[in-house]
Design a binder for this molecule. Sequence first.
Ligand SMILES: CC(C)(COP(=O)(O)OP(=O)(O)OC[C@H]1O[C@@H](n2cnc3c(N)ncnc32)[C@H](O)[C@@H]1OP(=O)(O)O)[C@@H](O)C(=O)NCCC(=O)NCCS
Length: 189
Amino acid sequence: MGSMTGAAGETRTAADGRRWRLRLARPTDARGLARLFADVRAEGRWLLTPSSAVSEPSEAFFIGEMIRGGGGLALVAEADGEVVGNVLVSLERGAVGSHVGTLSIVVDREWRDVGIGSEMVRAAQDWCREGGLAKLALSVFPDNDRAVAVYEHAGFEREGLRRRQYRVDGEFRDELLMAWFPDGGRRDA
Ligand SMILES: CC(C)(COP(=O)(O)OP(=O)(O)OC[C@H]1O[C@@H](n2cnc3c(N)ncnc32)[C@H](O)[C@@H]1OP(=O)(O)O)[C@@H](O)C(=O)NCCC(=O)NCCS
């Protein structure tokens, strides 16, 4: 676990002076997280799964189970008692992929561009390094300029572009694959 990111977290100051905390997710965060995901999905631009595909109560149940189950990393950004951000690292199952973590991240729209996403990515990278993972992977819509900027600043590299990988509301969308390697990605590792 990242040394700065424990169960209680510590107070941090956003770029605009507002206070927030980064801490481990708890099962009781499930409803707040489901709400956050629903809000971000409703924006319709950033996430793959459309709002219509997910019901908030069933997602809350699923998230609660995931947090209880442990395994990967689930961190919450909290401000004014609300969940305003989340980063997940899920682990591949099975021997051949168990060295890979997959990152996903969202920040509430009122809390974007003040550094929270970047700090959460950094915490996820610390966790991967400390846990001995060999690769942290993600996928993103290539026109999500802000997300791509955050990942590139954090040291992620572009692995490839899967063209027309999805069709959203009748329109083809490409998928950009990115990855970060805790050891720098040595080819002989
Ligand atoms: C993507 C996301 C997680 C980033 O978190 P954040 O807290 O907003 O990001 P930060 O404030 O840490 O950093 C934003 C960076 O992007 C840059 N940026 C913002 N808008 C940009 C744009 N249109 N083009 C390029 N860079 C941009 C900022 O300048 C900043 O860079 P800096 O660190 O050099 O100042 C967050 O905006 C979000 O949840 N977006 C909607 C959901 C989403 O896209 N999730 C990722 C799906 S793969």
